[in-house]
Every structure is written in structure tokens, then in C-alpha cells.
Write a protein that binds this ligand. Structure first.
Ligand SMILES: Nc1ncnc2c1ncn2[C@@H]1O[C@H](COP(=O)(O)OP(=O)(O)OP(=O)(O)O)[C@@H](O)[C@H]1O
Length: 300
């Protein structure tokens, strides 16, 4: 489990992370979203024990991480641009990681070499951007870390590889409760893999929730009432966060339980009533709107 309490990190006057609190459960995939400069990389490096926060506490399974080699051996941080030694091959990088991570699995390395179909004897600097990213995943997953921290990892991967990498991450979290923290500035890119998401802006966490809670708490309703007074009555009774008229049909975004929403609206016997699924992106837009933020400058 990751626990951050009142964490602040300042670079020459500028607060990159500002009084931030966060809890990520073991075995979950946490998606960290935010625009350029929001503070995501700084936060990831604090969690990985690379940066020491100015104030606050960072605990991994109850233990501090900064300058704690035995804790850091259980964590793998993959930067936004994968780093390899000059002239190194996958095989040489594997030798390095094997010496650093006691949890390194030779069996997993052989399996993954087969899955990624990369030549372990070829120099990494000759690989394409996407192939370098694949090599970084191959090495990272072979280390069998308990906590995998990924900074913008999807960049450069083609759609087939994206799907494969996502599946590998799902397998690892399910099989051995690996925790994953993954940053992105694009919600669509990671929405199908995270079970917990947070949006950062100007060093602060604006919103942070379990995806299941977000989805079960917010509903999209298309409805056409027989009478305008029915619409007013329903909007008075239910927590409507967004209202939009599309011809004779009213589109409502409502918080609360599905059954209660259905019951309240059905009581007025509307002409049209449909409960529609919401994408995570839509939920974020309405949640942020409700909190008084325009999401467009914050997320793509
Ligand atoms: N080493 C550093 N020295 C000085 N300022 C820094 C340093 N690293 C980050 N910052 C500043 O901290 C703020 C947050 O940067 P950070 O890299 O954490 O953002 P980010 O959300 O990862 O952005 P991006 O999506 O562009 O990668 C920025 O204003 C940046 O200029």
C-alpha cells in the first residue's frame, strides 16, 4: 500500500507537489492524470524514493522509502524515456537488473523475451522508440517488482502492443498483487486499465476516486416528460449535476443510486426513459464541472 500525507516538493520557489495526500491499495492500478507541468513526474519520483519531499510522509507498506535500499528493491520506476546503458543489449541490461533486484525471475525473463519477440543480443540504441519501450517493459516485469511506477508508458506503443502490455499488467496485478501507478495526460489512454484514478493540477490532487465508485455513483438519463412540471419536480428531488435539452428529450447527469433514480423518474410516467452508460471521461467532465473546474485545460 502507498500512503502519502501532506507531501510538498518545491523547486526554486515553485511548488511542483503541494500538500498532497494519497492512498493506493496493494494490487490496484492507479491512474495519475494531469496536463503538462501538473506535477505527475515529481510525484512519481517521490513515491519511488528518488526525490525527498520537503515536507510530509511517504510510506510504502508502512515503511519510508527515501534512502531505504531494501524498500527501493521492491519498487521499479520506468521513466517517460526508457534509459539503457550506451551500446547495451537487452541481455546486458538483464544482467544489470538481475544484480540489483533480488526478485528478478529468469523464468519470467525467458517467457517475456518470447512474448515481445525482441532480439536480446541486438544493441538497444538501434531499436525503434516502440521497441525500446517494449524492452523496458520486458526488463521491468522480469524484475517482478511489488510496485511498478510507470511515467507515460503507453507513448510509442502501437495498438496491438498497448493491448498486450495492458494484459501483462492485469495478469501481474491479479497473480501476485503487484501495485501499479501509471501517469498519463490522456484519460482515454488508460481508462480501461485503472481501478483508481486521480487528477493532478498545479501540484494538487483535484479529484481522486475508485473507478467503480465513480461509475456506480453517476448516471446518464435520457428522458421526455409529459409535462414541464414533472421535469422540475424530478430535478428538485434528485441531485442533477448536468442538464441539457436535445429537442424534446432531456439529457440529465444524476448522482445517486440507479434504483432510486429509476423509481423517482418512472413515478411521472415519462414518454421516454433510458439509462445510458457513461464513459470515464464523461464522469470526469461532470465531476470537475461540479467542483468548479473546466476540465479542458486540465486534461486532453
Ligand atoms: N528538476 C527540476 N528542477 C526545477 N523544476 C522542476 C524540476 N522538475 C520539475 N520541475 C517543475 O515542477 C513542475 C512539475 O513538473 P513535472 O515534471 O512533475 O510535471 P508533469 O505533470 O510530469 O509534466 P509532463 O506531463 O509535462 O511530463 C513544473 O513546473 C516543472 O517545471
Amino acid at each position: 500500500m502507498i500512503e502519502l500525507r501532506e507531501v510538498t516538493k518545491t523547486f526554486t520557489e515553485e511548488k511542483a507537489v503541494d500538500q498532497l495526500a494519497l492512498t493506493v491499495k496493494k494490487g490496484s492500478i492507479f491512474g495519475l492524470l494531469g496536463s503538462n507541468g501538473a506535477g505527475k513526474t515529481t510525484l512519481l519520483k517521490i513515491i519511488a524514493g528518488i526525490y525527498r519531499p520537503d515536507t510530509g510522509k511517504v510510506l510504502i507498506d508502512g515503511q519510508p522509502v527515501y534512502e531505504q535500499p531494501e524498500v527501493k528493491q521492491r519498487i521499479l520506476f520506468m521513466p517517460d524515456t526508457p534509459y539503457f546503458f550506451p551500446q547495451a543489449t537487452i541481455r546486458q541490461m538483464a544482467r544489470f537488473y538481475r544484480s540489483i533486484y533480488p526478485s528478478w525471475s529468469e523464468e519470467r525473463y525467458i517467457q517475456l523475451t518470447d512474448i515481445f519477440k525482441l532480439d536480446p543480443k541486438r544493441k538497444l540504441h538501434r531499436f525503434s522508440k516502440g521497441m525500446k519501450r517494449q524492452a523496458a517493459f520486458l526488463l521491468a516485469l522480469s524484475c517482478m517488482p511489488e510496485l511498478l511506477i510507470l511515467d507515460e508508458p503507453i507513448d510509442g506503443l502501437d495498438p496491438v502492443m498497448r493491448r498486450m502490455v495492458k494484459n501483462l499488467l492485469f495478469q501481474e496485478t491479479a497473480a501476485r498483487e503487484m501495485t501499479v501507478v501509471i501517469s498519463s495526460h490522456n484519460l482515454r489512454e488508460i481508462e480501461d486499465m485503472c481501478d483508481h484514478v486521480g487528477i493532478m493540477h498545479q501540484g494538487r490532487m483535484l479529484l481522486e476516486k475508485e473507478v467503480d465508485d465513480l461509475k456506480s455513483d453517476t448516471h446518464k438519463v435520457q428522458v421526455a416528460f409529459r409535462d414541464r412540471t414533472h421535469e422540475e419536480a424530478v430535478c428538485g428531488q434528485l441531485p442533477v449535476v448536468h442538464k441539457e435539452r436535445r429537442g424534446s428529450v432531456l439529457l440529465l447527469i444524476i448522482r445517486g443510486e440507479r434504483e432510486q433514480i429509476t423509481e423517482t423518474i418512472q413515478a411521472y410516467e415519462p414518454h421516454v426513459f433510458d439509462l445510458l452508460p457513461l464513459t470515464l471521461e464523461e464522469i470526469f467532465i461532470y465531476e470537475m464541472e461540479d467542483a468548479g473546474y473546466d476540465i479542458q485545460p486540465i486534461l486532453l
